[in-house]
Design a binder for this molecule. Sequence first.
Ligand code: FES
Length: 136
Amino acid sequence: MKKCGLISAALVYGGSSLMLEGCASVSYFPYSEEKNLLVIKKSNFVKDKYGLIEYKNLPAPIYITKLEDDNYSAVLLECTHKRCEVSPAGNILICPCHGSEYSNTGKVLQPPADKDLYSFRIKTDSENIYVNVKNN
Ligand code: FES
């Protein structure tokens, strides 16, 4: 399984420097396509609570998180401020360009971004997660 490379970036934000190390151990999950859906096996989440999907038709990876009660979240890792790629860092998502922070479900925690990350509609069955990449 492909792993996300270590991302280190120095930020100068609010007059101070901050070192980021993101997605050091985030896996890229395999998927199949069914019409406008990306199909991911739930078994991927036995070991990891979150992972990435690299889909050719999107400008950034999709970050999928397993929530409580067998629910899932899928967000596009494209910052809503100026479209840099956001990086997983622990249980939050951080933009290396100007320091915006998001929760792992894409909610803005720290400006300058003022809009949440794009969120995909998801449905599930007993085996799979279906991420709708069109007509959201
Ligand atoms: S592009 Fe992400 S904070 Fe500016």
